[in-house]
Design a protein around this ligand. Sequence first.
Ligand code: SAM
Length: 216
Amino acid sequence: MTRMRTKRNIPARMEKCHERWFDMPLLNKGKWRQECNVSEDTPIWLEIGCGKGKFCTEMAALHPEVLYIAMEREPSVILAAIEKAHAMELPNLFFIRGDAGLIENYFDEDEIDRIFLNFSDPWTRQNKPKRRLTYRAFLEKYKFMMKKGGAIEFKTDNDELFDFSIEEFKECGFTLTQESRDLHRSEFDESNIRTEFEQKFADQGITIKRVVAEYL
Ligand SMILES: C[S@@+](CC[C@H](N)C(=O)[O-])C[C@H]1O[C@@H](n2cnc3c(N)ncnc32)[C@H](O)[C@@H]1O
C-alpha cells in the first residue's frame, strides 16, 4: 500500500524540483554549459548510475567550480537523489533521468571532462558482459564525449567486474592510474567519498576496488 502511494507521487515530487532536471535532456546536447548558465570553460563531470545521490551531492558541494550532471534510470531512485540535491540547494548539480545506453544522444563530442562509475551493475551472474557500463562499446561512447586529458573514475566491490573493466579500459587505449584493490586501506582513501553501496559493502567487510582510466 505504502509502495503504491510513493510511486504515484513521483511526478508531483519531481515537479517540485523541476529546475534540477530536464524534460528533454537530448535538447542540451552540445550546450549543457549554456543551458545550466555556467561559463564555457567550466568543467563538466558526469556520474552514470548515481543511485540515491550521496556521492553526487557531496562531490558537487566540494567542487563548486564544476558543473556536475548525474544520470540514473530508475525513477524512484533518481527522485531521492534529486530531492537531496534540492534540499541542499546545490546550484551546480543537475540530473538526467535516462539510460546510459542512449548516452550519445545527450552529450556531444568533447563535452565532458570526467566520468564517475560507482558500483555499476556487474551483470556477472547473468553473464551479460555487453550490459556492463565498462564494456568496450560504452567506453568508445565515453571517449567520444570526453575531452582528451579526461578520465573515468571507476569503483566496484565486484572482483570479476573489476578484472573485466581493467581489460576493457586497456583494450580501448586508456592509461590506468591509482589502481587499488583495497581502496579504504590505500593512500587514495583520504580524498574518497563513499557512495551508499560502498558504505553498505564496507560494513559487510567487502573490499572496494578502484581505478582511474585516463584518456590521454
Ligand atoms: C548498484 S547501484 C549503485 C548506486 C550508486 N552509484 C552507489 O554506488 O550507491 C547501480 C545504479 O545504477 C543504475 N543503472 C544501472 N544501469 C544503468 C544504466 N544503463 N543507465 C542509468 N543508470 C543505470 C541503477 O538503476 C542503480 O541505481
